[in-house]
Write a protein that binds this ligand. Structure first.
Ligand code: NAD
Length: 474
């Protein structure tokens, strides 16, 4: 059974457990405990004790430990990628990409000496100077989703702890193994006990964190209904909160797009990570006369994708996370067909034993259909049509989410009009996944984000600190 990390001690709580699967074989490979309020309190108390000295540890000592952590993550890069593939299912190439993007946040955390600087203004009044300092908050908590078991925990605790906070991480109960390995390496890097604590579990553990008076801030990444709930509950309890939610990303293809460049980007966006990505392209909107050409190329490209275990060479699409989730995605395909779409590529025939679903293309999806509005989170690409760019932008803006939208075009004018008009916080031009690098915020809009300050980038340093202004006269 995977264990909680309380201070320096790995503890296995008694009580209920859940299986952890290898989604490519359907086998149970581990068990994860469902911790409750008692375990959460132990972790928070360990973090409270550690905060006393950690928040006073000189910044350059904290940064040196972060550099050491970065070295260890590099040394264990392949091992971490294999672990992601083993219990999440994505291909090894995708897992390597995930680990790399996670380490980039650790690199960014090492720039704390620049990002934690305050400001001063001398002689603001006669003989009066004013100074602004950044202080850590105290104990803070992170609640990541299942789909990036290494990268998303790394969005959270490195920036929080380098800023002087202590952390309680509640990993996804479906993919808890990445966080365990990250925590082991964190201790090996030499961080003091209690700076990072792990509590495994699900709703009960989350609710205990949301209600704990010592937890000052909560960073959440996951589905939209839970993000909304976390935002409300954390705020009700007086906590700072950053809650990233789901998505429904549109890929707009203009008649002047270079389809040779656009095609691989569209296929990767829709089917990479088996579509279990908050930056997955979900609806391809063909503008004007590109429609038939685009559909033909998408169908042809999708049919060539290989489905299989993520560790096998040449595999493009790994399994989904669980059988229930696979059934849910199949349900969406069925619903799309019932609403009038045509499954021009139908992935439902792919056989188990793992939780596999082949990439699927639904043609003639209209904006009113459920498959055009709801997040499917599987390897399903809807194709819809628009006469003009304005109409395509209106389709994208009709959904409640606003995570990402991208355009494929050779016109700067069209790209600019798209950027200006689309209601999404991450915009791509001629690429399929517009993921900001760690030094920019992951800036979803509308129902894709609840809060003010986004994951990573300078936002995250502001999120994990509070400001003190000192007005001085001597
Ligand atoms: P999820 O919302 O089911 O779970 C996320 C976390 O919340 C987990 O740690 C889980 O234990 C906890 N949780 C689940 N239900 C809860 C409840 N009722 N009360 C309290 N806590 C609860 O999400 P998931 O299925 O793990 O992840 C997929 C979702 O995450 C997708 O919607 C995807 O778009 C989204 N996501 C968003 C981003 C982003 O940056 N916007 C990034 C990755 C994933």
């Amino acid at each position: 059974m995977v264990k909680n990390l309380i201070g320096a001690e790995w503890r296995a709580p008694s009580g209920p457990v859940l299986p952890v699967y290898n989604p490519a074989t359907g086998e149970v490979i581990e068990e994860v405990p469902l911790s409750g309020g008692e375990e959460v309190d132990q972790a928070v108390q360990a973090a409270v004790r550690a905060f006393q000295s950690w928040s006073r540890t000189p910044l350059m000592e904290r940064v040196q430990l972060m550099f050491r952590y970065k070295e260890l993550l590099e040394e264990h890069f392949e091992e971490l990628a294999h672990l992601v593939t083993l219990h999440h299912g994505k291909t090894l190439e995708e897992a390597r990409g995930e680990v790399r993007r996670g380490i980039e946040v650790v690199d960014f955390a090492c720039s704390a000496p620049s990002l934690l600087q305050g400001r001063t203004l001398r002689e603001v009044n006669r003989g009066v100077d004013q100074n602004l300092f950044h202080y850590p908050l105290g104990v803070v908590a992170g609640i990541p989703p299942f789909n990036f078991p290494v990268m998303i925990p790394l969005w959270m605790f490195p920036i929080a702890v380098v800023a002087g906070n202590t952390f309680v991480l509640k990993p996804s109960e479906r993919t808890p193994l990445g966080a365990v390995r990250l925590a082991e390496l964190f201790l090996e890097a030499g961080f003091p006990e209690g700076v990072l604590n792990l509590v495994h579990g699900a709703k009960e553990a989350v609710d205990a964190l949301l209600g704990h008076p010592e937890v000052r801030a909560v960073q959440f990444v996951g589905s939209e209904p839970v993000a909304r709930y976390i935002y409300q509950e954390a705020a009700r309890n007086g906590k700072r909160v950053s809650a990233a939610g789901g998505a429904k990303n549109h890929l707009v293809v203009m008649p002047d797009a270079d389809l040779d460049l656009a095609l691989p980007a569209i296929l990767n966006s829709a089917f990479g990570n088996a579509g279990e990505r908050c930056l997955a392209g979900s609806v391809a909107v063909a503008v004007g006369e590109v429609g038939p050409r685009l559909l033909e190329r998408v169908v042809e490209g999708t049919r060539r994708l290989r489905v299989g275990p993520g560790w096998e060479a040449g595999v493009d699409v790994g399994p989904l996370i669980r059988e229930e989730h696979r059934r849910r995605v199949v349900g969406y395909i069925q619903q799309g067909i019932e609403e009038g779409a045509e499954a021009v590529v139908d992935g439902r025939g792919v056989e188990g034993p793992g939780f596999f679903l082949g990439p699927t293309v639904l043609d003639r999806v209209s904006p009113k259909m459920v498959v055009a509005r709801e997040e499917i989170f599987g390897p399903v690409l809807s194709v819809s049509y628009a006469h003009t760019l304005e109409e395509a932008i209106a389709q994208a803006n009709r959904v409640k989410y606003g995570n990402m939208a991208t355009i494929f075009t050779s016109s700067g004018r069209a790209a600019r009009a798209f950027r200006e008009g689309v209601e999404a916080g991450m915009v791509g031009v001629n690429l399929g996944v517009a993921q900001p690098f760690a030094f920019y915020p992951f800036s979803g809009w509308r129902a894709s984000f609840f809060g003010d300050l986004h994951p990573h980038g300078p936002d995250a340093f502001l999120f994990y600190t509070r400001r003190k202004v000192v007005v001085e006269r001597w």
